[in-house]
Write a protein that binds this ligand. Structure first.
Ligand SMILES: Cc1cc2nc3c(=O)[nH]c(=O)nc-3n(C[C@H](O)[C@H](O)[C@H](O)COP(=O)(O)OP(=O)(O)OC[C@H]3O[C@@H](n4cnc5c(N)ncnc54)[C@H](O)[C@@H]3O)c2cc1C
Length: 393
């Protein structure tokens, strides 16, 4: 389904929701008994009834940003090779799930070298993959030099929404890749749990998925999915069981990893762990293998396309609009391709998936479409909540 069609379906459902809410109110009013002393009907506990809807208004917008997800149709690359007598380990191409998978694929990458204790290792890249790889190497006793063109807050990793869930990571999968993906996701899911708390900017939130048709169970998600065990508190709700402006609702709890807090904390840990950092851009793979270290980790994200001639790497452009923080909003909401993530540094409204688009300029028409679509959605959520309260009085 294309983006415009999914938005118009979403908006049509809002209108339908409003009409059914008005009908419900009218029939409740007609049925009201005359005596004031009659006790109120017990209030139905509908999912989402006590959540605070997001306030959306142009005056609350603080910025619109874009980034390029480093996508490969056949999935990320975690692989070891030998070049000119050096050990070169790749860890790149994680698409829309790089924050999610970071500890997992970095653990796989460092495990590809038998022993690094006491050895000098080079890590190229200062995004989430480079920093996680560097930290895991230090924990195994290696001396790390991090070479990178950019550090947080100037990496693609800083643009991420930060939702722990691996989306847009691959289009097709071999059995070998599937095993690597599952292992990485499970490892990362457990690792991030140890970091929950304000220092790392990691916390648990409920995520709500809205749809007009019953939610599908795929290879990854839902009962029987390979990562279903990571969908904590999983439950599907049908029409009449929730207050959201759509027929169906899927809920599960997962982690939010706030990039602005998390990446700084990780960078600090890597520095405290003794890493030397050199700001440097490599023009070619030849320059990489000339480094003095014997073991080199390539964590250059989309940069690996030119550096290591990986033509499969392609950008998926994403655009997000951030609203001023709203601390009372403590849940995520996803409808089709549109999502709202609640973070300490703002309300994140997203997000586009524009494959093959290298243009980092924000598109104002897209910004208006995202903001307006979500404004209607949350207005309808508020109306539904008020309708239910009125009906219970
Ligand atoms: C809009 C958007 C929303 C997203 N939301 C989520 C989400 O909710 N959850 C999630 O898990 N993921 C999300 N992602 C995906 C995630 O951001 C990426 O998968 C992840 O950041 C990739 O990390 P990385 O370290 O490989 O790449 P990067 O962060 O791009 O880091 C690459 C590093 O390599 C350096 N480098 C590159 N080339 C060279 C060179 N030639 N010489 C020297 N240094 C070089 C760069 O300077 C940089 O430091 C999102 C992405 C976008 C764009």
């Amino acid at each position: 389904m294309n983006r415009r069609r999914s938005l118009s379906l979403a908006l049509a459902s809002l209108a339908a929701g409003a009409a059914s809410c008005r009908r419900e109110e009218a029939s409740q009013a007609a049925a009201k008994p005359a005596e004031a002393s009659t006790p109120p009907a017990p209030r139905k506990n509908l999912e989402g009834q006590s959540l605070t809807p997001v306030e959306i208004d142009p005056s609350l917008e603080i910025r619109t940003i874009t980034g390029l997800r480093p996508f490969r149709p056949s999935g990320f690359v975690v692989r070891r090779e030998e070049r000119e007598g050096k050990i070169l380990v790749h860890n790149y191409g994680h698409g829309g799930g790089g924050i999610t998978l970071s500890w997992g694929t970095s653990q796989q990458a460092v495990s590809m070298v038998e022993s690094v204790s006491g050895q000098s290792c080079a890590v190229i890249g200062g995004g989430v993959m480079g920093l996680s790889t560097a930290r895991l190497l230090q924990l195994r006793g290696a001396k790390v030099t991090l070479y990178t063109d950019a550090l947080p807050p100037d990496t693609t990793s800083n643009i991420a929404g930060g939702h722990w869930w691996p989306v847009s990571v691959f289009d097709k999968r071999t059995p070998e890749f599937a095993a690597q993906f599952i292992e990485a996701a499970r490892f990362a899911f457990r690792y991030f749990q140890r970091l929950a708390g304000p220092h790392w900017g990691v916390r648990w939130v409920p995520s709500y998925y809205l749809s007009e048709v019953p939610p599908e169970n795929g290879w990854i998600a839902g009962p029987g999915g390979v990562l279903h065990e990571t969908q904590v508190g999983f439950r599907d709700f049908g029409p009449g069981e929730h207050i959201f402006p759509a027929k169906y609702l899927r809920r599960f709890h997962t982690m939010m990893i706030e990039p602005s807090i998390y990446l700084q904390a990780l960078l600090r840990d890597v520095q405290i762990g003794g890493a030397a950092i050199e700001i440097r851009r490599f023009p070619s793979a030849d320059e990489v293998v000339k480094l003095p270290q014997q073991v080199i980790f390539n964590c250059t994200g989309l940069g690996a396309r030119d550096l290591f001639a990986d033509a499969e790497l392609t950008p998926i452009k994403g655009q997000l609009t951030i609203l001023k923080p709203q601390p009372a909003v403590d849940y995520n909401l996803i409808m089709g391709r549109y999502y709202m993530f609640s973070r300490a540094d703002g309300i994140v409204l997203g997000g586009t998936y524009d494959k093959g688009n290298w243009n980092l300029a924000p598109d104002d028409a897209v910004r208006r479409e995202i903001v307006e679509g979500q404004r209607r959605l949350f207005e309808q959520m508020r109306a539904n909540q008020q309708g239910i309260l009125a009906a219970a009085r």
